[in-house]
Design a protein around this ligand. Structure first.
Ligand code: EPZ
Length: 419
């Protein structure tokens, strides 16, 4: 059981380079299953979720060759199974994309229910509605989703909730369907555009990704031998931007798409943090007092729910009382109990956290309760007085490449220990 040990109160200073986007890679890799060929994916983050997904795809017959740490050549010509039910399926949320990808390829799929962070109830009814609208029969038995279709036929699907996962899954299933599929009230996150770009590079016909209406004209054949580079991780970038501001540091965050960061940038500016945008980097510096702000998490281009836990830590350093309203998940404030062990003054009322600024944090043993909760714990450790010990590090490994080394390079006193 590894732990992170952090000695806090060091201002972060220097440059950090963001890795490829976890949630884009978790869609792009399964999308390769629609091919019967090879493709090369660059800028794949070297994180636990990707290692687990690779193992699952290998069990279906996919071949993986690492060209370097972040470049993978995937051969899907020997994929011969539509059954993805190994225990690892429960270890991540992204395994749900095997439903759309295998249904799209084989017109049938048997896939375990996905796992992922415990953020309250996370239904997949919109995914199922989409598959059924395309003509698939869906049965749910013993924790398995069984999908089968004689043929998939394009149709119009209106999502009742804006869902990233359902948007991508329906897109995957519709790529080889007959005719035109439209997804209305689609999610608009940057990684949806990235996955659509990958699909189009292999010959799919997807238009409108990044808007709330996506139109997919089904194609019979796809071509391999393409190279695709995953976009930078918006949430990892935001984590370092917030950490820089929280430690009153001065950090150049490199390999970012500043447009993807607009909702966070706006809040940082409102807080009196200096934000300088360049072509593919953002410099954050925070010397002066920080203003309180109110944040509400929303689908993109709103403030991302995945940055809500790190943002709560930053607001502990502002003057006055700030609020965060969680607009996506029903239960994403569990990490606050861990912050309270360090002296944070935060009250939760339903979907709102009320955060008293200028709370003095002191180091304590705390637990990463999920991936982004873990990132919040690390930032709390970086600003706290004394030593913070964070357990459940495997959650952080799921989504952050070399987090310890990256913070060390910014001057943080952080180490990893194994019992
Ligand atoms: C994706 O989860 C991400 N996961 C999450 O990242 C991210 O927090 C979330 O999108 C929102 O941006 C991956 O990409 C693997 P949703 P997903 O479907 O697809 C409800 C991280 O830390 N809903 O957009 O599960 C749902 O309950 C993780 O990297 C339905 O009601 O999110 C939620 O309230 C955590 N029915 C809302 O929609 C459905 O069929 C949005 O969920 C689907 C979703």
């Amino acid at each position: 059981m590894d732990k992170l040990i952090i000695r806090g109160q060091k201002r972060l200073k220097g440059e950090v380079t963001v890795s490829g986007a976890k949630n884009a890679a978790l869609g792009v890799l399964p999308a390769a299953l629609l091919l019967d060929d090879v493709c090369t994916i660059e800028n794949v983050p070297d994180i636990l979720d990707i290692k687990i997904l690779k193992g699952i795809m290998e069990s279906l017959g996919a071949g993986f060759e690492y060209i370097d740490k972040n470049t993978i050549r995937i051969d899907t010509s020997n994929v011969n199974s539509f059954i993805a039910t190994c225990p690892d399926m429960h270890k991540l949320r992204g395994s749900y994309y095997l439903m759309g990808a295998l249904l799209g390829r084989f017109k049938k799929a048997v896939v375990s229910f996905p796992g992922g962070c415990n953020l309250g109830v996370r239904p997949i009814d919109q995914h199922i509605k989409g598959f059924e609208s395309l003509g698939a029969k869906v049965e749910i038995e013993h924790g398995l989703v069984k999908l089968s279709a004689n043929k998939l036929v394009g149709t119009s699907i209106y999502l009742d909730v804006v869902s990233v996962g359902a948007t991508i899954n329906i897109m995957l299933a519709a790529i080889r369907a007959e005719g035109i599929t439209t997804i209305e009230n689609a999610a608009k996150e940057p990684h949806i555009v990235d996955i659509a770009n990958f699909l189009n590079a292999m010959g799919a016909n997807v238009k409108g990704a990044g808007t709330d209406i996506i139109r997919i004209r089904g194609v019979k054949n796809l071509r391999g031998d393409i190279v695709h580079s995953i976009i930078p991780d918006q949430i990892e970038a935001g984590t370092y931007m917030i950490a820089a501001a929280a430690t009153r540091g001065d950090v150049l965050v490199k390999n970012v798409i500043p447009k993807h960061m607009e909702s966070l940038t706006a809040k940082l500016l409102e807080m009196n943090v200096k934000v300088e945008e360049y072509d593919d980097s953002i410099r954050i510096s925070a010397k002066d007092r920080l203003n309180k702000v109110n944040i509400k998490t929303l689908p993109y281009p709103g403030f991302p729910t995945d940055l809500q836990p790190p943002a709560a830590v930053l607001l502990l350093r502002a003057d006055g009382t700030s609020t965060i309203t969680e607009g996506i998940f029903e239960n994403r404030f569990q990490y606050i109990e861990e912050l309270k062990r360090m002296g944070a003054s935060i009250r939760v009322e339903g979907r709102m956290a009320i955060i008293e600024g200028s709370s003095k944090l002191t180091g304590a043993p705390i637990k990463a309760l999920d991936l982004r909760a873990g990132a919040a714990c690390v930032i709390a450790g970086l600003i706290a007085e004394g030593e913070t010990e964070i357990s459940n590090v495997h959650y952080i490994d799921r989504g952050y490449e070399n987090m310890v080394e990256k913070f060390q390079s910014l001057g943080a006193v952080i180490t990893r220990t194994s019992d």
